[in-house]
Design a protein around this ligand. Sequence first.
Ligand code: NDP
Length: 274
Amino acid sequence: MKISNLKGTVELSNGTQMPYLGLGVFQTPNEQIKDAVHAELDFGYRHIDTAAFYENEDGLGDAIKSHSVPRNEIFITSKVWNSDQGYDETIKAFNQSLEKLQTDYLDLYLVHWPVKGKYAETWRALETLYEEGRVKAIGVSNFLQHHLEDIMESGKIVPMVNQMEFHPHLVQQDLIDFCKKHNIQYEAWSPLIQGKAFEIDLLKDLSKKYKKSIAQIVLRWDLQKGVVTIPKSVKKNRIEENASIFDFEISEEDMKRIDALDCDGRIGPHPDNI
Ligand code: NDP
């Protein structure tokens, strides 16, 4: 991935430019979201990842409205929650998300989880929203290869993004390769393992070697693997630290050492158990 600064984007299969690095806001309460989002926009990020499930779309809408960066310069992702899946329910959920976010379009809308017996119809609703121009790109989250193959067979549009749990303990390289082959951008959730990355010895050693924080090592590894990433923080200093990853490079040998930490170690649910 040839990205050399925080404004760098990846091009999705339909030509949409998606900023490589974004701010995740899972577990960011409405009371804290304004400060977090203003810190990220001030520092130069232009990408925010939320979901109806996080119950902070309204706070996020206010935060964006009250900042001087215009809406059309910010890439906003949201997701349809499991209990809202199905064709009509998804359209309704999308409208509610737009209302809360105080916007008339989304940059990316994702199916949050592959709910059995529902996700094909949910995907059909996303295709409608896309064809109507109400969302610039559509994708999925937590879809394994067989889920992707399912909707690629039944649907008209191949998902543009697959947002997955991805970090040094859970790489799923076969799935990354499958997505690459089909031009589906891979995106990491919980890139810092919700804090557990800071306990890994190899990452402590690499942090000393490169004179970078553990968070920066992990997020730089994401970048060099071609995976879009959305670390969450509510702290200004960490938001800035997490985006300061463009002034060093991890050697090929050290990239492989980080890859080798993979132990199929999930922190979230298995997508087949939804
Ligand atoms: P992360 O792996 O991003 O870790 C977040 C935790 O790390 C927080 O406790 C944060 O604390 C801390 N942290 C962040 N930066 C630093 C730093 N530089 N130094 C030390 N600690 C740090 O976890 P998330 O689960 O939040 O994942 C990121 C985003 O992915 C979510 O916010 C959400 O947008 C998305 N997501 C999507 C899912 C899906 O199913 N599609 C599931 C889960 C997440 P603090 O805030 O106090 O700084």
